[in-house]
Design a protein around this ligand. Structure first.
Ligand SMILES: CC(C)(COP(=O)(O)OP(=O)(O)OC[C@H]1O[C@@H](n2cnc3c(N)ncnc32)[C@H](O)[C@@H]1OP(=O)(O)O)[C@@H](O)C(=O)NCCC(=O)NCCS
Length: 131
């Protein structure tokens, strides 16, 4: 499930500030920066749900809704979409907190669904334990 607004009842998996080094040719934040952080945020929840190591197998969808600007504080909220035998799909909703004309606003900037596979020490898929 993607969130329409930042959920008040949970903490983001990651919250960080977009810096000038992360910009594209237009001076806005490079999409790959957001993708990298979304992958890490999803992996945090995937790790918790699988109770062990996970690897990314697929970026099922990624939608950039609004630009991210330098200085935005970006929050990555995660939710389990689906648990399979060895895989877990995580929904990630990203919000930028920014100050516009002295007013603080939260803008939903992107959504993504990423699937992770639980692996063992041999790097092969392992069954995800029951919840
Ligand atoms: C992830 C990996 C271990 C899966 O190995 P595999 O032998 O292909 O495993 P399987 O075919 O049994 O699939 C494992 C699970 O992934 C799911 N899966 C595979 N491809 C998928 C895809 N494109 N989208 C969604 N789920 C997918 C399968 O449905 C299965 O889920 P389930 O057990 O819940 O039904 C292997 O592909 C791998 O090591 N990939 C590289 C991972 C990596 O390095 N990621 C970081 C990239 S830099």
């Amino acid at each position: 499930m993607y969130f329409e607004t930042p959920p008040g009842d949970r903490l983001p998996a990651i919250r960080t500030m977009a810096m000038p080094k992360d910009t594209n040719g237009l001076g806005d934040i490079f999409g790959g920066w957001l993708m990298s952080h979304a992958d890490m945020a999803g992996a945090v929840l995937g790790f918790q749900r699988a109770r062990g190591r996970v690897v990314t197998v697929s970026v099922n969808e990624f939608t950039f809704l609004r630009p991210v600007y330098v200085g935005d504080v970006v929050s990555f909220y995660t939710d389990v979409h689906k648990v399979g035998r060895t895989s877990v799909a995580i929904d990630i909703t990203m919000f930028s907190m920014r100050n516009t004309d002295g007013r603080e606003e939260q803008v939903r900037v992107a959504t993504a669904r990423i699937t992770y596979v639980h692996i063992g020490a041999d790097r092969l898929p392992r069954a995800i334990p029951a919840d």
